[in-house]
Design a protein around this ligand. Structure first.
Ligand code: PPE
Length: 324
């Protein structure tokens, strides 16, 4: 049985196709050489209907990832944004996870990807709490990974590329095998980088710190959202190198990510973080974050894109005769 809950339709190069038809050949370039870039976006069931959080920023990052890997997508940012909304509507989702993926398809094998066609797909599905049902309130137990994040000038960290997730899988498997929910990877220099699928924040004396982009982190959109909201609340936030040992003396530590949202970390390498449960600043940031993604706070930044901008066309009145 699949662990993935199928939806009805998947978008492929401009067309909606049945979920089960979204198949590729085993000799597609991506299968052999991981030639794919992708995004992870959430659609929330807001008071005014389903809304996608920071859709334009996610699509911009997708386009940047594709550009770094010289993949012409064939669709502009606006068309891809509309395609995400169209896929949500076609699947009648109220809230869901959205996964646009762009890859080198079937033509020839050998490292050179250039002759292979670039395929774009968008799938949507229901995705619950990333690090377990209780994680958001209780916090998670994590370890510092023995695996480092990819070094500069190896795989570009700013691109959200499938290949990066082989490294992420090593971090994740090691953590799970050792009884932890997640691993924190250090960068090639030995400074704190990020989790296998999350950015990380450290709180000490009411001050927030997160590793800089140069520490091999993905430029997380939740990371940026949290920095913005924390500053608005009056906290100072710095992007600076974090030595490993500052994890053990932090008051609070939490992960951020589209899937993980804001997940508190309650212990690292079996050392309790602060009081050993979710800290007050983490709780405060969760509250304001969820108010924004769920549309309960005023959307001053234009972060939510409505899936049905003109309301839902439940009954489309036929006005053609009346106006004739
Ligand atoms: N770092 C990594 C390595 C990462 O994969 C993510 C997102 C982040 C940071 C946070 O970025 P953002 O979502 O823009 O705030 N990971 C995505 C995929 C997770 C997966 O298991 O697949 C996600 O959260 O959607």
């Amino acid at each position: 049985m699949s662990g993935l809950e199928a939806s009805a339709k998947i978008w492929h190069n401009g067309e909606l196709i049945p979920w089960d038809d979204a198949q590729i050949h085993v000799c597609s370039h991506v299968v052999h050489y991981a030639s794919a870039v992708f995004e992870g976006i959430r659609c929330y069931n807001t008071q005014s209907g389903p809304g996608v959080f920071r859709l334009d920023d996610h699509i911009k990052r997708l386009c940047h990832s594709a550009r770094i890997y010289r993949m012409p997508i064939g669709f502009g940012a606006e068309a891809l944004e509309e395609a995400c909304l169209e896929t949500i509507r076609a699947n009648e989702m109220e809230s869901c996870y959205i996964r646009p993926i762009v890859f080198r398809g079937y033509h020839s094998l050998g490292v050179n990807p250039m002759p292979c066609p670039v395929e774009a797909y968008i799938a949507v599905w229901k995705w619950g709490k990333y690090l377990g049902e209780e994680a958001l309130e209780e916090g998670v137990d994590v370890m510092v990974s023995s695996w480092n994040r990819v070094a500069p000038n190896t795989l570009p960290g700013i691109a959200k590329a499938a290949a990066n997730y082989m490294n992420a899988q090593l971090i994740k498997m090691e953590a799970l095998q050792n009884g932890y929910a997640e691993g924190i990877a250090l960068d090639a220099r030995g400074y704190v980088s990020e989790g296998s699928g999350e950015n990380i924040f450290i709180v000490r004396n009411g001050h927030l710190v997160t590793p800089p982009l140069a520490a091999s982190v993905l430029p997380g959109i939740t990371r940026e959202t949290v920095m913005f909201l924390a500053r608005e609340l009056g906290y100072t936030v710095e992007e600076v190198d974090v030595p490993r040992e500052s994890l053990y003396i932090a008051d609070e530590v939490f992960f951020t990510g589209t899937a993980a949202e804001i997940t508190p970390i309650r212990s690292i390498d079996k050392i309790p973080v602060g009081i050993g449960s979710r800290g007050p600043i983490t709780a405060q940031l969760q509250e304001i974050f969820f108010a924004h993604v769920e549309g309960r706070a005023e959307d001053r930044q234009g972060w939510l894109t409505p899936v049905y901008p003109d309301g839902r066309a439940e009954v489309v009145p036929d006005v053609s005769e009346a106006s004739a």
